[in-house]
Each structure stands twice: as structure tokens, then as C-alpha cells.
Design a protein around this ligand. Structure first.
Ligand code: Q0Z
Length: 287
């Protein structure tokens, strides 16, 4: 017997449904966003790449922290998940100085209360990875907060647990990825609590949508780095002189195919699995 799906939320590129009281269905579309705008052109299989990568990581980080993943569906883009009580915190780990971390550092010499050495350049590797939580903004951008503000949101003990767990997850995945030619500059996790109050990794993990992936062989600190997945899209959009307000431009076929190839390259490098094998049998990433 099939259970009723009730649509509960739309993200920029994903949809969330409930299955009964205790489960959710997370569906990753092929939509792509750039400069915070969803474009009218899809990247075929992008949702499958991201779903397969998340499932791959969930299957390998269970010793660090349990995940919400219950089942990967045969379509390769949908996962059944445990429904959790989500923590009101975006758990960000940074191994390199980019994005809002770099902007904070330029203004103040620190980010989220971490004093950093003087003289760092944009995209430099940090002396050690740092935990830089942010608040979940309902509209606009997440706001970086310091430890004291995060402790107000979740309590001291839970804060220490999410910090320790986030850093351990980042160390595990960034070492795995670097050995395969991909630098994970930073990444964002969302955690929830199960009915027993245990911390559970939710949402997506170490996908190009939740992380900054950089090609290691092009790494050149001292300026912004090309994005592993979206650089063709960004370069094309910049070439049009588009003002980055909706609607975004349609993408030409060569930008679509080049971008699709980059997503598949990231998937194959990180998982060691041929993408065609994933399409034939998504559960290959769980082994
Ligand atoms: C995730 C989101 C959207 C995709 C809620 N296991 C969970 N338990 C409870 N809530 C969530 C999860 Cl993953 C949850 N989101 C973010 C929104 C599409 C993901 F519309 N929201």
C-alpha cells in the first residue's frame, strides 16, 4: 500500500513532503541557482548527483553521527528521512577563508568570534578548521553569529556537541575529498533531534550546494577560486551583464552540458562510483 505524500516546503531547488507522522520525503530537482536566483534552465541529473553524494556521506559518517537517512529511492533523487526536531542553527565549518568568512575577516580580523592570524589572503587555508554557526534567516542571507549567541539558541551542552560533531564530520570528508582532487573550502550542516533527544545529521551533507568545492589542481590563494560545479554558469551570467535580479537567463546547451559534466565528475571522484552505475542502482553509494 502506498502512503499519502503531503507537500510541506519548497526550497530553491528541493521539495519536502511528509509521509505519515515520522517520515519525510526529500526530493532534489535539477534546478540550479546562481547569485541566489533559480535559473529557468535545468541541469539534467543534478538532483541525482546531489542526492547520491549526500547518501554516500551519510553512509560513511555514521560512526561520527547518525543521519536522518532511512531509504534512498530507486529514482536516485528522493530520500525517505526520519522526521526530526530541527535545531535553529546553521552549522558551518570553514577550512579556508572564503565568502562571508573572508568578508568578516577583512572588516574585523575575525569571524564568528575566532580571532585569525594577521596577513591571511582570500582563499587561504586556515591554521585549523573553525566552527562558524549562523542563524537560519527566513528571508535573505544567514547571519554569522558567535558562540555566545549560538549557545542562547540551543544551550551550552548541545552547542558543544554540534561544534565537536561538525568539526569531526568536516575533517573526515575534507581529507577524503582532498585525496581525490577536491578541496572542501567550507560546508554547512543542519542537525535535528530524534524523539530520544539524540543529535542526528539531517538535510544534505557535503554536496556542492551545501559546500564550496574547489578543484585542488587550480588552487591559487590570494583571490577568489573557481567553483567546481557552477563556474561555467557564473562566467556565462557575468558575460551577459545580467544584473542578478530575477528572472535569471536561460543557459545555452554548452553551458548546460559542461556544468552537468562537472557535477558528474565531482560525484565520480568523491564516490569512486561510475555515475551510470548509480543511475542503474542508486544503493551502490551505500555499500
Ligand atoms: C529540512 C528543506 C525544503 C528541502 C525541514 N529530517 C528532517 N526533519 C525535519 N525537518 C527537516 C528534515 Cl531534513 C527539514 N528542511 C529544509 C526545506 C526542501 C529541505 F523545502 N526543512
Amino acid at each position: 500500500m502506498s502512503e499519502t505524500l503531503i507537500h510541506v516546503a519548497s526550497g530553491k531547488v528541493r521539495e519536502l513532503f511528509t509521509i505519515g507522522d515520522e517520515r519525510l520525503l526529500l526530493v532534489a530537482s535539477d534546478r540550479i541557482s546562481t547569485f541566489d536566483v533559480v535559473l529557468p534552465t535545468e541541469i539534467p541529473d543534478k538532483g541525482r548527483v546531489l542526492t547520491g553524494l549526500s547518501a554516500f556521506w551519510f553512509a560513511r559518517t555514521g560512526d561520527v553521527c547518525p543521519s536522518h537517512l532511512l531509504e534512498l529511492r530507486p529514482d536516485g533523487r528522493s530520500t525517505e528521512c526520519r522526521r526530526l526536531e530541527m535545531l535553529p542553527l546553521e552549522c558551518v565549518v570553514r577550512g579556508y577563508l572564503a565568502g562571508s568568512g573572508w568578508k568578516d575577516y577583512l572588516r574585523t580580523g575575525s569571524t564568528s568570534g575566532h580571532a585569525l592570524p594577521a596577513g591571511l589572503r582570500e582563499s587561504d587555508r586556515l591554521p585549523e578548521p573553525i566552527f562558524t554557526p549562523s542563524t537560519k534567516a527566513t528571508s535573505g542571507h544567514d547571519e554569522n553569529i558567535d558562540a555566545a549567541q549560538a549557545i542562547e539558541l540551543v544551550g551550552r551542552e548541545r552547542y558543544e556537541e554540534v561544534e565537536r560533531t561538525s568539526l569531526a564530520l568536516y575533517r573526515f570528508a575534507s581529507e577524503h575529498a582532498a585525496a581525490r582532487g577536491i578541496l572542501i573550502a567550507d560546508t554547512k550542516f543542519e542537525f535535528g533531534l530524534d524523539a530520544e533527544g539524540r543529535l542526528v545529521l539531517a538535510d544534505e551533507a557535503f554536496t556542492p550546494d551545501s559546500s564550496r568545492f574547489w578543484p585542488a589542481d587550480e588552487y591559487a590563494p590570494g583571490g577568489p577560486q573557481p567553483s567546481f560545479d557552477k563556474q561555467f554558469v557564473r562566467d556565462y551570467c557575468e558575460s551577459l551583464g545580467w544584473d542578478k535580479t530575477p528572472p535569471g537567463p536561460e543557459l545555452p546547451d554548452d553551458v548546460v552540458s559542461g556544468t552537468r559534466a562537472r557535477y558528474i565528475d565531482a560525484f565520480e571522484r568523491l564516490t569512486g562510483i561510475a555515475f551510470a552505475d548509480y543511475l542503474a542502482e542508486p544503493s551502490a553509494v551505500l555499500a
